[in-house]
Design a protein. Structure first.
Length: 107
């Protein structure tokens, strides 16, 4: 189930389908765009993907225990590489209830 969630996020991101991305999250999700920046409006956060020009988007699950995943996503957006670590907790329905990310931007 966990790898499936990460794969769906990747595919919906590539498709720039914000509504499908939002469907991966529980309505009461605790979502952090950065370790200290909690977000309430996921649609606003994910709207940024509309302007991305993705050359690549890949992920690797680097840790998994019980209902928690640590995943590394690497995105190349028009030559700008963003290396992201996501902490993702899923409920029994496969919806994300907790999401926190750390990222670094390089050239």
């Amino acid at each position: 189930m966990m790898n499936n969630w990460c794969e769906k996020l990747k595919q919906y991101w590539i498709q720039k389908d914000i509504s499908k991305i939002i469907s991966l999250f529980d309505e009461d999700v605790e979502y952090y765009e950065t370790p200290f920046q909690k977000v309430d409006d996921l649609k606003l956060v994910w709207k940024d993907i509309e302007s991305q020009n993705l050359q690549s988007l890949e992920y690797k699950i680097i840790g998994e225990k019980n209902n928690t995943i640590i995943a590394n996503y690497i995105m190349n957006d028009n030559g700008r590489v963003v290396d992201m670590i996501y902490e993702i907790e899923l409920n029994k329905k496969g919806k994300c209830t907790y999401f926190k990310q750390w990222y670094m931007v390089g050239e």
